[in-house]
Design a protein around this ligand. Sequence first.
Ligand code: DC
Length: 231
Amino acid sequence: MCDHKPIVTIDGPSGGGKSTVSRALAARLGFTYLDTGAMYRAVAYACQEQGVDPLHPDQLESLLETIRIELLPPAPGEDDVQVFVDGREVGRYLRTPEMGMLASTVSAQPLVRHKLTALQQQIGAAGRIVAEGRDTGTVVFPDAAWKFFLDASPEVRASRRATQLRSKGKAVDEQQLLAQIIKRDKDDRERTIAPLKAAPDALCIDSTGRPVDEVIGLMYDRVTSRPCCCE
Ligand code: DC
């Protein structure tokens, strides 16, 4: 009996290229792409919109009891998955550095992790997904057949994120972005519950100075050259 599931996990700090790589790898493999960060951002957005203090357990609990989060494939011509909160598409509000910081705060709350981990496991139950996040290889899908940890220097990550934001027409202060990235990494790595770290069986890849296509090719080769008995 096989102990693994046909799931690819890609974890790592913000701006390491996870989203681009995960999307492309999922498309090449014919797997579904699961953006777990979008779910934490969705909860952060709901807190902000409803005036809920994420550090107040009672307020957070009632929000989590009723919130409905759904992810759908990108709209035609778009790259990012569509994120619905209580039936309303809110994707455009989620992908800002400020919402990333709030998502990081929200994600350290056990109530939130409990709810979203269960939702992610439900989505991944049928396998054939590429899940990206911080804890997908360690906590959400510990029995995934292929695990990666994607890192790069903070400077390179800040510069990539700046390019990404500018391409969407947003003004960027690169120094501030770098400071936010360093703070978010520290918080994500040092939190007590499901911290950002590589699973012991993950292949760690440093994407500093590596073209994105090379990283995708490396992952694709690894997955296809080591087929899982679970498939
Ligand atoms: O990947 P991202 O930048 O969209 O993630 C936003 C925040 O959500 C990140 O700083 C920490 C949190 N997160 C998490 O704790 N666990 C995950 N699996 C994914 C994201």
